[in-house]
Ligand binder design. Structure first.
Ligand SMILES: Nc1ncnc2c1ncn2[C@@H]1O[C@H](COP(=O)(O)OP(=O)(O)OP(=O)(O)O)[C@@H](O)[C@H]1O
Ligand SMILES: O=C([O-])CC(=O)C(=O)O
Ligand SMILES: [Ca+2]
Ligand SMILES: [Mn+2]
Length: 658
């Protein structure tokens, strides 16, 4: 082939070629055929197109006895499902919900297996005030392929990237809006929840919630179609929560398809009434004249009604983290601890939790080629062990590189939602270094896109609890072993440091303290979660660690971020047990136990003082950070943690001392 590359195409090969091109052979009857394959069965183009799509056969036979819908005919089941969705979408001022019809309104008739099934088609031009007369089309649990088509046809800014992911834009908001998150304060929540200074639960009253709910529902019903996802949260079958997400964008529907647990067709048949419902009317603002509203964005949680309303932001992370907040309320009521953490498991069943604020490395470090991934962001720790709340991962993409994070890179394929990235107009290759839209670029993919995901996403009790901090001050050691009291101190503190906006020239690190490494999502007082964590760690003999995934050799601007391969070696040494029995020395100010050496990590970086050329600057910065920790912890000094005063006193003493 190489020597005679054109041989296959040589005219000389065909005998008749020498005498010019061969004559076209027609069949005996003289009719010219352009191929030999049998003709299509269809008589018309419409019929041909109808053959292209077939109705999938039921994967499981409808079960005999169990389940509320078991004995129903398919038609009856569909009717009940639509009734349930109609009830979800019902205005609170009308007696009945909207009239619903399944399917895409743009498709005048749905054909299946050659038989035309005529749906009622109603033009989307019917006046909004007549919404009780019009039909709302419901696109129910569409597949990723169908959602791609919806997004590309109808949502500006949707494109297929060179690796098959769906690139989308989340609109004006490219991150969460914690100051617009409100929780209804009523008899149920008055005593249970954490209110007031420091709490993420900004209050609203029931009536205002209803006003916003009505606004969202009216908006959704005014559309010619809405997406409905019925899915699950929590892989622990005993504590699984059924969620329904009603949204207006294919982007939102695909995002939740990826992030929540996907029901099997059989589970969907028996879904019944959801435990919690989200109304995502994110394209539509809230009314600024409404009581409590301080911007045009409002994310409202009503725990009594088990509903959440989103107005004025299309950032999909609001749905994910809104549901996480709900779990932070529901799970502790069942003595289950909810955690803002990643989680993975070694070959011999050793489980590690990775806590940390946004961008500290939960997703990056829990996605480890040598370990099973249980989940990257939200977990429960019950008496049975750990379980992932979600069915997908939500990875930061800024500066993503194949060599550094191969599993995440390889997960960005067909089905994955890629938010706010920039790509080449023609090749559709994504430039992960481009921050033109936002620095918070993200990929949302189903967890099974990670090859060593552990499905079902559950595991035994954790052996290691790793607290991640991205310390832009550059003074925390790359790793320290913590006592239980220190673990609690750092868990309650929830420290990380971000670097303020680079455009305006400010290069000062900004310390952030977020209780339980997730103050934006907790619902009860932080000490409630801390007490549960302490009890579980003690009971199951877990060891706490503090890992700095931030700066070394100076603060931001002078030093550099600790190299990811070094952090991975440190994490390996924790998992393997090597670090448990290493030789330690104690640091000044924070009183942290730091190891002398770790395989594959230069020993001099283990004590940060060695990496700073200006020792005085190091000491000053260390004291500066210590001071910030002390100040932050003042609000917790009057709280008791657990039954025992001993632990409370120990925790208070476990912070920086100077
Ligand atoms: N030494 C390091 N350790 C961990 N991550 C690092 C390190 N150096 C650079 N990084 C980068 O920091 C980022 C960590 O982000 P990651 O997605 O893991 O955050 P996260 O904790 O999961 O946050 P979120 O809760 O917002 O999802 C990644 O982009 C990763 O490439
Ligand atoms: O919720 C988000 O937008 C991203 C995330 O995981 C976090 O901030 O912890
Ligand atoms: Ca993450
Ligand atoms: Mn997170």
């Amino acid at each position: 082939m190489a020597a005679n590359g054109n041989a296959e195409f040589s005219f000389a090969k065909h005998g008749s070629a020498r005498n010019g091109l061969s004559k076209i052979q027609t069949q005996k009857n003289g009719i010219c055929h352009d191929d030999s394959a049998p003709p299509v069965k269809a008589q018309t183009i419409d019929e041909l197109h109808s053959l292209q799509r077939k109705k999938s056969a039921p994967t499981t036979p409808i079960k005999g006895t169990e389940g509320a819908f078991a004995a129903l005919s398919e038609e009856e089941r569909q009717k009940q499902q639509l009734q349930s969705i109609s009830a979800s979408l019902a205005s609170l001022t009308r007696e009945t919900g909207p009239k619903l019809v399944k399917g895409d309104p743009a498709r005048k008739s749905e054909t299946a297996k050659g038989h035309a099934v005529h749906h009622h088609y109603h033009a989307p031009t019917i006046s909004v005030s007549d919404s009780s007369l019009k039909f709302t089309h419901v696109l129910y649990n569409l597949s990723p392929a169908e959602l791609y088509e919806q997004a590309i046809k109808y949502e500006k800014g949707s494109f297929i990237t060179s690796t098959g992911a769906l690139a989308t834009l989340s609109g004006a908001k490219t991150g969460r809006s914690p100051r617009d998150k409100r929780v209804v304060r009523d008899e149920t929540t008055e005593d249970d929840l954490w209110w007031g200074k420091g709490s993420p639960n900004i209050e609203m009253d029931e009536h205002t919630f209803m006003v916003n709910r009505e606004r969202a529902v009216d908006y959704l019903n005014s559309l010619d179609k809405v997406f409905v996802n019925d899915q699950f949260l929590n892989w622990d079958p005993e504590n699984r929560i059924k969620v329904r997400i009603v949204s207006a964008r294919a982007y939102h529907s695909l995002f939740m398809h990826n992030m929540c647990i996907r029901p099997s067709p059989e589970e969907l048949e028996n879904f019944g009434t959801p435990d919690f419902t989200i109304y995502n009317a994110g394209q539509f603002p809230c009314n600024r004249y409404t009581h409590y509203m301080t911007s045009s964005t409002s994310i409202d949680i009503n725990l009594s009604r088990r509903e959440m309303v989103i107005l004025g932001t299309q950032y999909a992370g609001e749905m994910k983290k809104g549901l996480f907040s709900v779990m932070h309320y529901l799970m502790p009521k069942r003595q289950i601890l909810s955690l803002h953490s990643g989680c993975n498991m070694g070959k011999d069943g050793d489980v590690a939790l990775f806590f940390g604020l946004s961008g500290t490395g939960k997703t990056t470090l829990s996605t480890d080629h040598n370990r099973y991934l249980i989940g990257d962001d939200e977990h429960c720790w019950s008496d049975n062990g750990v379980s992932n709340i979600e069915g997908g991962c939500y990875a930061k993409c800024i500066d993503l590189a194949r060599e550094k994070e191969p599993d995440i890179w390889n997960a960005i394929i067909f089905g994955t939602v890629l938010e706010n990235v920039v790509f080449d107009e023609h090749t559709r290759e994504v430039d992960y270094t481009d921050k033109s839209v936002t620095e918070n670029t993200r990929a949302a993919y189903p967890i099974e896109y990670i090859p060593n995901a552990k499905i079902p996403c559950v595991g035994p009790h954790p052996r290691n609890v790793i607290l991640l901090a991205c310390d832009a001050f550059g003074v925390l050691p790359p790793v320290s072993k913590l006592s239980l009291a220190q673990t609690m101190y750092h868990f309650i503190s929830g420290y990380t440091a971000l670097v303020a906006g680079t455009e305006d020239g400010i290069k000062e690190p900004q310390a952030t303290f977020s209780a339980c490494f997730g103050a934006a999502f907790i619902m009860l007082h932080p000490t409630k979660y801390a007490a549960m964590l302490a009890e579980k760690m003690q009971k199951h003999g877990a060891t706490g660690w503090l890992v700095n995934t931030g700066w070394s050799g100076g603060r931001y601007g002078q030093g550099n971020r600790i190299k990811l391969p070094y952090t991975r070696k440190i994490i390996d040494a924790i998992h393997s047990g090597q670090l448990l029995n290493a030789t330690y020395k104690r640091t000044e100010v924070f009183g942290l136990e730091i190891p002398i050496e770790i395989d594959g990590v230069p020993s001099e970086i283990l004590d940060p003082i060695n990496t700073w050329s200006d020792k005085k600057a190091y000491k000053d910065t260390l004291l500066q950070l210590g001071g910030l920790f002390k100040k932050n912890f003042e609000t917790f000094t009057n709280y008791k943690i657990g039954k025992d005063n001993k632990l409370t006193d120990e925790i208070l003493a476990a912070g920086p001392n100077f």
